[in-house]
Design a protein around this ligand. Sequence first.
Ligand code: NOJ
Length: 570
Amino acid sequence: MTTPVESDGTTRPDGWWRSAVVYQIYPRSFQDSNGDGVGDIPGITSRLDYLAELGVDVIWLSPVYRSPQVDNGYDISDYQDIDPLFGTLADLDALIAAAHQHGIKLVMDLVVNHTSDQHPWFVESRDPSSAKRDWYFWRPARPGCEPGTPGAEPDDSQAAFAPSAWTYDPASGQYYLGVFSPGQPDLNWENEEVRQAVYAMMRWWVDRGVDGFRMDVINLIAKPEELTSGRPIEPGQGSLRRMANGPRLDEFLVEMNREVGLDAKNLLTVGEMPGATIKVAQRVTDPARHELNMVFTFEHVNLDQASWSKWDLADLPLPKLKGNLAAWQNGLAENGWNSLYYDNHDQPRAVSRFGDDSPEHRVNSAKTLATVLHLHKGTPYIYQGEEFGMTNAPLTQIGHYLDVESLNYHALATAAGVSEEQVLRSLAAKSRDHARTPVQWDDTPYAGFTTGVPWSAVNPNYREINAEAARHDPDSVFAHFQKLIRLRHQNETVREGRFQLLLPDHHQLWAFTRTLGDETLLVVANCSSQPAEIPSDGLPRLDNTELLLGTHPDAVGTILAPWESRVLRL
Ligand code: NOJ
């Protein structure tokens, strides 16, 4: 057994993250302390009492590094400094220390698939004779094409936020790869010096006292052989998926783990992995392989789309959603570990997407969605505002949108002839801007987020839906989250119990058991806005059960009210 002890007394016992609940902070929208309308690090520190009251164990901090903010900080120009928008390194040191004093650990966002185009590494790499030329992917124009002319890109790969993944650099007559946007050139992980520079930077953060890393699109660091060999890659859409899970992924992760001491120091590691399958996750999260603790799958958040494009909307019947989560539970039951999430800074708000955010059902649907997720096996992630049921914002015109992804989609889709109405419908369902409206702390102007003018409009429902109101209401979504977190901390079956999905085809009920030794918990949840009858077939008998947690505490009988859920001990 190893229990590394930090200088401030923080301990990280073996496997501590298996019983932890993580809270994600998107700093720009969390709490402003200096009136410039943008959230900052001192603002976060001022809210630690709130997070301790909620009961979470870990903060995952979205990027606060120096950045031109092309993608709100996911474009880093200095990995070892803080952007003045958010504060200083001293502010971050103070946050880490104060979080530790509150019994809360802190995990940094690690964005090393790409840097900013303003990072000194890339600036140097622009010179073809520089030693850093090979740190990024530079390629000539397509054979037979005049460099820099339309269609001369090395291949047809699209970027996530731009028409092409290749950007022309007139000075050298070549193109560089940026899978997200031209401001985010991809690092070449084939180059040993790149990898060592990243590991050195990670060790520097570990020495500063951070407790782990959330790794941005980490399965994109290993590029497919067709790209690394220098040959042109096959034309096709959606370069993100095609660039992921290359042959050296496991090798790079093992090397990173060893070189940074990720497992040796019991750091929390979670890899964001678009396009990763259960099979990939089984390998990556098998503790014997020393890669990562867990991954963020995208499968369940891609189910409400009809094609590779998130904007191509599709209905999501309940059996599909619960079937997918069950497949991951079963797939990682033996040697792996799941992360559990619906919400983050890239996803629309869960209560609006999977629940019912009408005044009648918002509270119960937020509670029931949380119950279902937090009773699965894995490490749950709460995204700021989810804990009191924040909803999507009323974004109805293109002028309401700020995010690079949404603006790029609008420009490309309308240019391609898609109607404005249809584009706006997709944006209203899926834009990342929904997650990024300021946290609604109270019912004062700008919801207590800032004394200045917020960088993103506050959701007008802040007078009813805010943290302060929820904290003082024993029946609030916040109170329910507190109970779920407490239950996980206290009950080993919630943490480690075997999962079994029941009633897989039922369109209203999400039901499953968790079993450890002779304890079995049954979760039965009505995920619809109509009453639902609990069937007598396909479920254990309900008489003589003990209600551990429910949305409707006095509930008995076999009819579940809309969005009612029960956690029962059999
Ligand atoms: C995934 C992050 O979560 C997202 O916000 C970002 O735009 C891309 N990676 C690029 O870093």
